[in-house]
Write a protein that binds this ligand. Sequence first.
Ligand code: NAD
Length: 497
Amino acid sequence: MTEKLAEIASQSRNLFLEEYGHFIDGKWVGGASGKIITQINPATGQSLANIQAGNAADVENAVAAAARAFPAWSRTHCRQRQAILTEMATRLRARADDFAMMESLNNGKTIMEARHFDIEMAIDLLSYFAAAAGVGIPGETHDYPDAIGFVHREPIGVVAQIIPWNVPLIMATAKLAPALAAGVTVVLKPAETVCLAVLEFIREVADLLPPGVVNIVTGYGADVGEALVTHPLVRKVAFTGSVFTGRKIIEYASRNIIPQTLELGGKSAQIVCPTADIDAAVRGAVESTIVNKGEICLAGSRVFVHDAIREEFVHKFAEALNRVELGDPTLPDTQMGAQASKAQFDKIMGYLDLAASEGATVLTGGERACGGLLDKGYFIKPTLLDNARNDMRVAREEIFGPVTAVIGWSDEADVMRQANDSDYGLGGGIWSRDIAQVHRMARNFQTGTIWVNKYYNLRVGMPLGGFKQSGFGREFSTDILRDYTISKSVILHMEDA
Ligand code: NAD
């Protein structure tokens, strides 16, 4: 561990306040309900800080502040918005180790992953949208014999943003950065289970943001979410979370007919072909099982392995999972930390019971990890389910944990049919050295992102989003700027043209 990280780990309690308010109109304020929610370290069970359990009255104040701020903010020079986003990225980089530790303590992910994946990606998102902001959002012109048409893209208004607990700072920056670039104002609701790094980041950059441009209301989904999305001054909602809640968001949004961006769940397939580099494919399968303890929407949790190489693949995959070092997520050698909450832990354990009753073979893992520190937290051994079938619930439903099912295949058309036989379509992997096969499979894959010969090769700038029930709209790229703006057509008649 670097000296800096060791020092932060030893003083970890100092990273957080005892209690956080909502951030409304540029100020930290108490909640109307007077109720709080305690944030827990899932690796130790210790409490870290309290947040407000928001309600409709808090939402009212936050939306009113965002509506007041909108006219001036939407007309700021695009280079001013660029400067703010650039400074936000700079400040996040300056305290990158601190923020990595906060994510690790609150979410249970390893410090190394938080530092090198979460924080770097959040910085990249802020930097990318800073650059996009500086360019501005160009309109169009159209010529007619007797008229000229101008299409302006205007910031859409107050936007409601709701994010999950698995990668909080990535989610917050993926939502806030394009919103700021586009010139909209925001009320963001982070997840009630894990949100301390998001609140601390807002504390870090609060002086950069004119009052009301970004407002944060914490609390339970049902108490805050419905009031927020159905508020008559909210013009758009951007949501990341489960399909279950996504359906509710669509219903709420239907009341005032506002557009939605929905980034929902996944059950992504990886297809390992006979020409694949088997060791690389095994590394990809291991990563997609253990990164963020499997609590990632893009996890490639259905691995279809060609029968010709399946025995070797499964043997190496099980061995590699057995070697994964579980433990204190704040230590640098730990490879996998704790599941983020008791609710998530219980859900995953339920799927492990189900796997056995459905007839999958548990080759490794399949149970809680115990011993020493592990007894205090929500640790589950990385799990390989062999002899799975695509019609099993463990292959159809999102487990959101370190559990991967392996399914054999022999015919390309059939494996494509099975890979696409899913309610979801978010990520996907192809492992093959046959370039024609790669292109053929990628063309037939019904999914939003496909990684070839390296899984989780995420790049800011490449549109990220789903097919089917994985949602609609694309984030991580300038595509999202269209969602935060609305076009207006002005047709100028020219009598003497
Ligand atoms: P969730 O749907 O339970 O919660 C997500 C957010 O919605 C939280 O802030 C929650 O408080 C809020 N919420 C809950 N009920 C609500 C309601 N009735 N109205 C408004 N808001 C409400 O999901 P989760 O368990 O926090 O996150 C895991 C899910 O998120 C998984 O399905 C995962 O695949 C998905 N996810 C998707 C992406 C993506 O980019 N597609 C990224 C990360 C996570």
